[in-house]
Design a protein around this ligand. Structure first.
Ligand code: DLL
Length: 413
């Protein structure tokens, strides 16, 4: 509460947008005495940042800004985020803590196969790993053959990537003749920046012989390092000394009781350059407040399975791409890649392109018609939607080095 009150006052005094909004809503910083009072403060949304392009909602003069990152949206101007020197220090400490919670220590050699640049992944991980004392190998994304060679030669013990790039690295390793369990020393994976299912996690863990941790964050909230799974992998601990979390109903904006599923809303408690009060993320999840087996009391996000913007409505049923993934990744014979194609048919049935696993594809028993039928039955049983499945040759769908594009909307192309 102490930090929160200070932050509301700071935002009101230094960001004209907040002053105007709070004045209009009839809330003054002095009337925030508890969390309930705080719900009177209006939400902040992504469009607020876009509307204040290029410098966002700066609370400090530009001379005090040390760094700028940006996330590219699908349309229009990017969302630009700014950091003071103190903000960079805070973020770096949070990243070091994120790694420590995952079981990483100063004797680890971390390969960072994430984009470096305007994307917050590469530099965010890099600074945190250095602070923790790891040996850092900033391979960034791309040139997968060289990634593999260096992973082996340098004896890397931690792999940081998006989960889809990690799956691609595992696949490429086998293709290049490596035996990941013998040739690599990876023991921990730090993966995030996109939704991934528990089933995809099991596949990556088995393929690379490591324990895979989910890391959550977003550019607006510094970047990665908002929340992470500890060694028990039972929900992602939110660093609640820096981020206040609320869960709201996406349609009504009402704050939901503990344990409800809804949209995550964050308030940054010490951000200097670009304070965010009640920032609506569009990410959907449940938050748990009980103490974890690891002893931490930081509330846990029970994994982000999707964004409210990603929801598809098929035959009147709400479907998230991650639900489709959960069904697919459980099934033997399905490869790691799939795509949901959105076209005129979408209102009525789901059009799904699914890669067949190399082993099944080359097996004499492979019967595409029977396999299509089986997949259709599984999906329909679990999600009560109609599906059109197109089986694809192994290696035929695009691989990604960053965030996977699982939904292809033909109506927009
Ligand atoms: O993706 C920051 C990041 C980098 C996080 C590296 C973790 C690792 P943005 O590009 O701004 O920032 O995208 C943020 O990605 O609102 C979520 O929808 C999604 N996202 C991020 N992490 C996860 C995750 C980075 N672990 C947006 N699970 C967020 C599910 C995630 N979705």
């Amino acid at each position: 509460m102490e930090r929160l009150k200070k932050m509301v006052r700071y935002s009101y005094d230094n960001v004209p947008m907040y002053r105007k909004r709070m004045d209009e809503a009839g809330v003054s910083p002095d009337c925030i005495r508890n969390l309930e009072d705080y719900t009177k403060v209006p939400f902040t949304v992504k469009d607020d940042l876009r509307d204040h392009y290029p410098y966002g909602i700066l609370a400090v003069p530009i001379e005090q800004v040390t760094r700028i990152h940006a996330s590219s949206g699908t349309t229009g101007k990017p969302t630009v985020v700014s950091y003071t020197r103190t903000d960079i220090h805070t973020w770096t400490r949070l990243m070091a803590r994120t790694f420590a919670a995952g079981g990483i220590n100063s004797s680890d050699i971390m390969q960072i196969a994430l984009g470096y640049g305007l994307f917050t992944g590469g530099l965010g991980f890099h600074y945190g790993a250095e602070l923790l004392g790891c040996t850092v190998l900033p391979t960034a994304t791309g040139n997968t053959k060289r990634q593999l060679m260096m992973a082996k030669d340098m004896g890397c013990t931690v792999l940081s990537a998006t989960p889809s790039y990690a799956a691609f690295i595992a696949e490429a390793a086998v293709k290049e003749g490596y035996d990941p369990h013998k040739d690599f020393k990876f023991r921990i994976g730090m993966f995030g920046a996109e939704p991934w299912s528990d089933e995809a996690r099991l596949r990556i863990e088995a393929a690379l012989g490591l324990r895979a941790h989910d890391v959550y964050g977003m550019s607006e909230l510094y970047g990665p390092g908002v929340a992470v799974e500890c060694v028990h992998q039972d929900g992602l601990h939110i660093w609640s000394d820096e981020f206040l979390v609320e869960v709201i109903d996406t349609d009504t904006g009402e704050v939901l009781p503990e344990g409800s599923h809804g949209e995550l809303v964050f308030t940054m408690l010490t951000r200097e350059a670009m304070p965010l009060l009640r920032y609506r993320t569009r990410d959907l999840a449940t938050v748990k407040y009980e103490e974890c087996q690891c002893g931490r009391y930081h509330p846990r996000i029970m994994r982000v399975k999707g964004r409210s913007d990603d929801m598809l409505i098929i035959g009147g049923v709400n479907v998230f791409p991650s639900q489709v993934e959960t069904v697919l990744m459980k099934m033997e014979g399905v490869g790691d890649q799939y795509q949901i194609v959105v076209d005129r048919d979408i209102l009525d049935k789901l059009h799904l392109k699914v890669e067949v696993d190399e082993r099944l594809y080359n097996s004499p028993d492979y019967d595409p018609a029977a396999f299509t039928k089986l997949l259709g039955e599984e999906l329909t049983a679990i999600m009560t939607i109609r599906v059109r499945i197109e089986l694809m040759e192994p290696g035929s769908l695009p691989r990604t080095e960053g965030k996977a594009k699982r939904v292809i909307d033909l109506r927009k192309e």
